[in-house]
Write a protein that binds this ligand. Structure first.
Ligand code: GDP
Ligand code: MG
Length: 266
């Protein structure tokens, strides 16, 4: 029996997702729209080492500070459809910015491979990346690539198969916030855990503190008191930091991305 692997490509806009998608699936593509949305949905299939690999190209994320339909589609797909492997396509010449999205994917707790694309551009800009160190730091496989030249495709597919078969031991980085934020994240995590939501409880806790409309609505429909408690936590955090809680969280996430980028770049 042929084994099927469901793969989703996720990342910022302009990182080379479409190029990679085309390299992977060639002519075996189906292009449509996401249900009820005007955002393009591209799916395709390839065969590799006896596996049938279904690839979906999730919409590219333009901005991380503002809530977008692209982000909503991507995270819902990852959380609800549960692809076997999420390939986070990253622009190596723009590592820090891209790692902010990577951190968010880690928070979603999806099985992940990082495709470190545009290595040629990084090199041109004089940026060297310690791929092994990046992989160790994030706790996921990292595959250097130049998608426009087809470089790294086989390595990426091998990595996808290895993750699917459980041959690589993933130890994904656990994203942690500063002491005050962390205290409330953990409290909220405990409260949402029993709600039976399709998202990781910790991720929901963070999104409540970020005042994410979709998640606030979802949790309120189950237990309004949790949302009210989250607002109080947010005000406490704002009182301590002097900035709105969603900003504090996104700032800390960006700090982590910057820290990692500096550790692995020379
Ligand atoms: N130099 C270089 N350019 C690339 C690479 N991969 C993609 N690109 C270019 O980056 C741009 C964005 O690629 P695209 O696949 O449309 O990005 P998407 O928005 O992530 O789907 C295009 O001009 C590609 O030709 C790469 O590995 N190296
Ligand atoms: Mg694209």
């Amino acid at each position: 029996m042929v084994k099927r692997i469901r793969v989703a490509l996720a990342g910022n806009a302009n990182v080379g997702k479409s190029v990679l998608f085309n390299e992977l699936t060639g002519l075996h593509q189906h292009i449509g729209n996401w249900p009820g949305k005007t955002v393009e949905r591209a799916e395709g299939t390839l065969h590799y080492r006896g596996y049938e690999i279904d690839v979906i190209d999730l919409p590219g994320i333009y901005s991380l500070s503002t809530f977008s339909i692209e982000e909503l589609i991507s995270r819902e797909y990852i959380a609800l459809e549960r692809p076997d492997v999420v390939v986070n396509v990253v622009d190596a010449s723009n590592l820090e910015r891209n790692l902010v999205f990577t951190v968010q994917l880690l928070e979603l707790e999806a099985p992940m491979v990082l495709a470190l694309n545009q290595m040629d551009m990084a090199k041109k800009m004089g940026v060297e990346i310690d791929v092994k160190r990046l992989s160790e730091r994030l706790g996921v496989p990292v595959v250097p690539m130049v998608a426009v030249k087809g470089l790294g495709i086989k390595e990426l597919l091998d990595s996808i198969v290895d993750v699917y078969e459980g041959r690589v031991r993933l130890k994904p980085l656990k994203v942690r916030y500063g002491r005050e934020v962390e205290k409330y994240v953990e409290k909220l995590r405990g409260m949402v855990e029993g709600l039976g939501l399709p998202y990781p409880a910790r991720w929901v806790a963070v999104k409540l503190l970020e005042e994410d409309e979709e998640i606030v609505r979802l949790v309120a429909s189950r237990d309004r008191s949790i949302v009210e408690y989250a607002s109080r936590c947010g005000r406490e955090i704002e009182g301590i930091h002097g900035e709105p809680c969603p900003l504090v969280i996104s700032f800390e996430r960006c700090n982590l991305a910057g820290l990692i980028a500096r550790e692995v770049q020379t």
